[in-house]
Design a protein around this ligand. Structure first.
Ligand code: PCD
Length: 790
């Protein structure tokens, strides 16, 4: 590799640099959306449906309107009559997809508890809240359905008239005939029926928005809790408000966690903007925690039947998967992509499986819309293949780790095209697996397990391998699959005239630490100190274009755009240096920020001095324009495919069914690591969320279609004391096509942790002939599985 492609010295890249963002976050100095104060701000509250499914007979707002401090009350009909497009569009089409109109506020009918019915704008947040109760809504209750299988199998009134059978899409991937043949030929077949419950995202900061419509310029400024401000700008413009895109500025200030839930273009932020446009004054909305529970998109909600065909020697011949995916009452932007492509294309896991077929029925239900939640689609897919590996191992009476090892895609097979229509870029699966098994002391643990069983104690060892598609790209592929947006990212890398650097990028952090890691990337490429670099994200007026942060894309796609931009800047600086040193460009070397003629390091110019020259413009090479900056659009040639092996050790208390999670070992491979400390944090958070899914979390609805788990004391997000100390390690298999060799890491551990923990619990219960337990596995389910009475 030439010196210009790969800077020799490490300036930050790879170092565990402390997070630049932490001091303001921890001292409370950081600015979140709700911290922003504009003079004359009015406050919005939204009246929501307390029915799961009902016709709206009348919405009487007169009493509310007459209340003190109430500025205005609007219904769905008012929004519709205002003449704006009033559509919350889907951002991913699938063949045959039914796309009912999704409006800012309901008209005629409510389709889930929490559906917006009317908007109250008042002088104070309290006045707005009080007025909500004065709105008189007359409903005619309709039969509702919350379960994705029931919704298509049972005869219920459809959620949308457009989809009589409640089917939004019926998706297929893979080769059904090849799978039939594999199943006919194979020595054995094993199967599992499983449910992946609905999860509620629980970001620390609830969603909120502040909209300011400038009557004079007809420009909308919208501060909001967004993972992707540019996407919000586009969808608001085209589908919802009809305001030209260049008259909308979306700003995501500090955002306190998202986990997927802040990707989406929800009605609420749009209503906030619409109200500001009606009133010509700033309007602010913020969700309460309980409001968030019924309006933030939920995750998962899969009911699956899966089968695996294996030979006696452990060779997997094929898998067959059928899933009903609950979409909720409306199509959120990626609700279609998450359970289809993001799910079915990862079903091969780390294994060479010659035949795969998957069918997914996307079902409307009378529930909060479902969309991507950390691990989106890939979590669900890896869970299926890893559960299949365990049931197959039982069927074959083979060690589950051994069965997995037998089927790994070998390192010399990459790039590897799976039977599920993706090409894995690179991987050394066995190395990561060995690292994890050695770390945990797998063979000793198996012996210990046997000894303990003699004593009537139940130790369980769970192993799961995962591979993940991160950084959805290239744009052409995304388009072929139905995406209504690209897969690229864009950056501007700009030297300022005094030698500092500003990096602007279209991703948008919610806690990941981009300001730190992106400065590390630029520092590495430019040979300047990380402290000289300022990273700017989250403002569509400053950063011309971008697609935001989701799908663990920012490090690889955003970071790639930054590296490429920085390299372009460096090459221009090299030309200026050559001119100053009166040498040919080819003879100029770049070393630790200094340009010098090869073999003559004594006379040199630092890149920061060159930057000053570039802006003075007094003595530049002929025909060169002044300035030192580059705009880069990076459209990767493929996803990156992070992978790894996680191992959990549990002991079950037979008297109570309690599960002691004793050890948790994670070996992740996310390619080159920009900042090991940040990656460690990502892995820790991810494991905690996966453990949450396996043992604690799960949204539940009562018979009336009301969310039962509507508060943090009813929906069990694990506390730090619920999880063991994590033992982490890494292998490094650089992505061959990414300019900095990185792969994503943000979702990896969540994807791995749920199947790992479930595998461990089920392993502990082998003496009780338990092959599978659905999540969340509570002490009660364990106790019953061990033969306890209800
Ligand atoms: N990194 C490094 N190295 C590597 C990779 C990575 O260092 N190799 C780092 C970076 O730079 C950043 C992080 O780490 O900082 C991450 O990254 P990524 O993987 O690329 O990712 P992003 O894009 O950035 O992010 C996203 C993710 C997601 S997706 C989710 S869910 C979650 C995660 O992220 N979320 C969150 N994580 C987190 N964290 C926090 N704190 N918060 C939050 O919210 Mo989705 O799709 O949305 O469902």
């Amino acid at each position: 590799m030439s010196e210009s492609d790969q800077p020799a010295d490490k300036r930050g890249f790879g170092d565990p640099i402390e997070r630049d963002e932490d001091v303001p976050l921890l001292t409370g100095e950081a600015t979140y959306t709700d911290d922003i104060q504009l003079r004359g701000t009015a406050h919005l509250a939204i009246r929501r449906s307390d029915h799961a499914h009902a016709r709206l007979l009348e919405v009487d707002t007169s009493a509310a309107e007459a209340m003190d401090d109430v500025v205005a009350v609007y219904t769905g009909a008012d929004v519709e009559d205002s003449g704006v497009p009033n559509t919350i569009p889907t951002a991913w089409m699938l063949p045959g997809l039914v796309t009912p109109q999704y409006r800012m506020l309901a008209v005629d009918k409510v389709r889930h508890e929490g559906d917006g019915i009317a908007a109250v704008v008042a002088e104070t947040p309290q006045a707005a809240q009080d007025a909500l109760e004065a709105i008189d809504v007359e409903y005619e209750a309709l039969e509702h359905v919350t379960d994705p299988v029931e919704s298509v199998d049972r005869d219920v009134p459809p959620v949308h008239e457009e989809a009589e059978d409640n089917v939004a899409f019926d998706f297929e991937l893979g080769d059904a005939d090849a799978v039939d043949e594999a199943f006919a030929d194979a020595d054995r077949v094993a199967s599992v029926d499983l449910r992946q419950p609905r999860l509620i995202p629980n970001a620390m900061e609830p969603r909120s928005a502040l909209a300011d419509w400038d009557v004079a310029t007809e420009k909308l400024r919208l501060w909001m809790t967004s993972q992707n401000p540019h996407l919000h700008r586009m969808l608001l413009s085209a589908g919802t408000l009809g305001v030209p895109e260049n008259k909308i500025q979306v700003i995501a200030p500090e955002v306190g966690g998202g986990f997927g839930s802040k990707i989406y273009h929800y009605p609420d932020e749009a209503v906030t903007a619409w109200c500001s446009m009606q009133l010509g004054r700033p309007v602010k909305w913020k969700a309460s925690r309980m409001e968030g529970y019924v309006t933030d998109c939920h995750g998962r909600d899969h009911t699956t039947s899966a089968e695996i065909a294996v030979d006696d020697d452990g060779t997997v011949r094929g898998i067959r998967v059928e899933t009903h995916a609950g979409l909720g009452a409306q199509l959120s932007q990626f609700a279609t992509a998450t359970p289809s492509y993001l799910y079915a294309t990862i079903l091969s896991g780390e294994y060479a499986i010659p035949a795969i077929h998957c069918r997914v029925i996307g079902a409307f239900t009378n529930t909060t819309p479902v969309d991507a939640y950390r691990g989106a689609g890939r979590s669900e897919g890896i869970y299926v293949i890893e559960r299949l590996m365990d049931v197959a191992a039982r069927e074959l009476e083979m060690d589950p780790a051994e069965l997995r090892r037998t089927n790994l895609v070998p390192p010399d097979e990459f790039p590897y095209e799976t039977a599920a229509a993706v090409v894995y870029d690179s991987g050394e699966y066995e190395r990561a697996m060995d690292t994890a098994l050695e770390h945990v002391g797998y063979d000793d643990l198996r012996e210990r397990q046997a000894e303990l069983r003699e004593e009537g104690r139940y130790l369980g060892i769970g192993v799961a391998n995962f591979v993940e598609s991160a950084g959805l790209s290239p744009s052409g592929l995304a388009g072929d699959l139905g995406a209504q947006a690209g897969g690229w990212e864009s950056s501007i890398v700009r030297f300022d005239s005094t030698g500092t650097v500003t990096v602007l990028v279209g991703t948008a952090d919610q806690g990941q630490g981009h300001r730190t890691t992106f400065a590390q990337i630029a520092a590495e490429e430019l040979g300047v100190d990380v402290d000289a670099i300022d990273v700017v994200e989250g403002d569509t007026d400053q950063i011309p274009q971008g697609l935001g942060t989701y799908g663990s894309r920012s490090a690889s796609v955003g970071g790639g755009a930054i590296a490429r931009g920085a390299r372009e800047v460096r090459e221009k600086a090299r030309e200026i240096a050559a001119h100053q040193l009166e040498a040919s460009v080819d003879d100029i070397e770049f070393d630790d920020g200094e340009f010098h003629v090869a073999g003559a390091p004594d006379r040199s110019y630092h890149i920061q001095e060159i930057a000053a020259e570039a802006y003075l413009g007094h003595d530049l090479p002929e025909e060169m324009d002044p300035g030192l900056e580059a705009t880069n659009f990076y459209d990767p040639e493929n996803f990156t495919f992070p992978f790894g092996t996680h191992v959990a050790v549990v002991e079950i208390q037979p008297e109570t069914g309690e599960i002691d999670l004793e050890r948790y070992v994670a070996v992740d491979d996310c390619g080159e690591i920009i900042n090991p400390m940040i990656v460690e944090g990502q892995v820790h958070g991810g494991i905690a969320q996966g453990i949450g899914a396996a043992l604690y979390e799960g949204a539940a609805y009562d018979d009336d279609g009301h969310l039962l788990t509507r508060r943090m004391d009813e929906y069990a997000v694990p506390h730090s004391t619920y999880v063991p100390d994590f033992e982490t390690d890494h292998t490094v298999t650089p992505s061959p096509h990414n300019p900095i060799g990185v792969k994503g890491v943000g979702e990896s551990a969540t994807i791995a942790a749920a199947p790992t923990v479930v595998s461990a619990v089920v392993d502990a219960l082998e003496p009780f002939d338990v092959d599978h337990l659905d999540m969340p596995i509570t002490p009660e389910t364990v106790w019953q599985a061990m033969g306890g009475e209800e």
